[in-house]
Design a binder for this molecule. Structure first.
Ligand SMILES: Nc1nc2c(ncn2[C@@H]2O[C@H](COP(=O)(O)OP(=O)(O)OP(=O)(O)O)[C@@H](O)[C@H]2O)c(=O)[nH]1
Ligand SMILES: [Mg+2]
Length: 325
């Protein structure tokens, strides 16, 4: 960071991050403003601090409102599944949420910008995936509620900065810090509550040297998780990232049903777990259908059009199913 921030400023910034009340936050911001070195390199930061101070003063005037603190950080799940953005500071988590949804999180060139969780909906083809922006997973910012959100989530989107020479050590720090806090990455086999599926968004691929770092990253962590090269800035790779979130991270497929002789409604997929059988799919569609199910006809992968299949036939993404009882 070119800003050359002094220890007093950094201490005030730490207090700001840990503040529990608006009063504490405002006091910390005032001290940050007083101790920040005043030169061209910090102009944006100064403007940002001033803006936050103004916003806080406004909020404090109108008194307490909105959800209580306890509930404020529980994110209600929506859509096909809940994916949380985890990563070191400044890797572009908020930028990815902004690029992939209609949400507008705060983005800045300095670390520890995001302080509270912010969910947004990603429209990927005909499905919606919830993506939750979080503060960086780092000792300076991680609080108890952060671990709770990670454990409650359906999967982790590990976001790394491919423009950063230290990307590998940041990844290792991230994983060991998570493990210290009892959150582990596990993509194969049975998972406990504290073990999470993860894929990696190799972000900032537009930066010089990113291709070389990607090769290295693939060698080191390519066996542990899927790596999706992308750029929140240019939009490259984001459609692929959506696909990998849906299929690999959430482990879902889309199945369509239709009345015999009619066309299916492709805007209304049934979202099911990968590996699901015709019978299990029927249970999801309608309990009564499942109870009386004899067989089904399937249009899709690995079958000829309208093939009759038994109840234990495993469905694929995009399959069209007609149930017969
Ligand atoms: N070149 C380039 N810059 C990016 C990209 N994504 C994000 N950035 C920049 O990286 C900086 C950090 O972005 P943020 O989205 O705030 O990062 P973050 O991970 O949310 O940061 P914290 O909330 O502080 O942990 C900003 O200056 C962004 O403009 C990208 O794909 N390419
Ligand atoms: Mg952020």
């Amino acid at each position: 960071m070119p800003a050359n921030l002094g220890p007093q400023y950094l201490a005030a910034e730490a207090r700001y991050r840990e503040a529990l009340t608006d009063e504490e936050r405002l006091a910390a911001l005032e001290e940050m403003m007083a101790t920040i070195p005043k030169h061209k390199g910090t102009e944006k930061m100064q403007a940002d601090i001033k803006r936050r101070m103004a916003k806080l003063r406004e909020a404090m005037k109108s008194g307490p409102k909105g959800p209580r603190r306890k509930d404020a950080f529980r994110i209600e799940k929506e859509g096909a599944g809940q994916v949380v953005l985890v990563g070191p500071p400044n890797s572009g988590k908020s930028s990815l949420l902004k690029a992939m949804s209609r949400t507008s999180p705060e983005i800045a060139e300095y670390p520890f910008t995001t302080r509270i969780p912010l969910p947004g909906m990603v429209q990927w083809e005909n499905v919606q995936i919830q993506l939750v922006d979080l503060p960086p997973v780092a000792p300076e910012s991680a609080q108890t509620w952060l671990w709770a959100i990670l454990r409650m989530s359906d999967g982790l989107l590990v976001t790394l900065d491919m423009g950063d020479d230290n990307v590998l050590s940041h990844y290792e720090d991230l994983v060991s810090f998570m493990e210290q806090n009892n959150v582990r990455i596990k993509n194969e086999g049975e998972r406990r509550f504290t073990e999470k599926r993860a894929i990696c968004a190799a972000n900032k691929m537009d930066m010089p040297g990113a291709e070389d770092r990607l090769e290295l990253l693939k060698e080191i962590i390519g066996d542990a998780m899927e790596i999706v090269p992308c750029s929140a800035l240019t939009g490259d790779g984001l459609h692929d990232l959506g696909a990998k979130m849906f299929f690999d991270l959430l482990g879902k497929i889309r199945v369509y049903t239709k009345p015999p002789g009619k066309k299916p409604d492709f805007s209304q997929p049934f979202i099911l777990d990968r590996g699901v059988t015709v019978l299990e799919a029927a249970r999801d569609v309608h309990k009564e259908i499942a109870e009386n199910l004899k067989y089904a006809r399937v249009w899709g992968k690995g079958v000829f059009d309208g093939q009759m299949v038994p109840r234990d036939h495993v469905l694929n993404d995009g399959d069209i199913v007609v149930f017969y009882s």
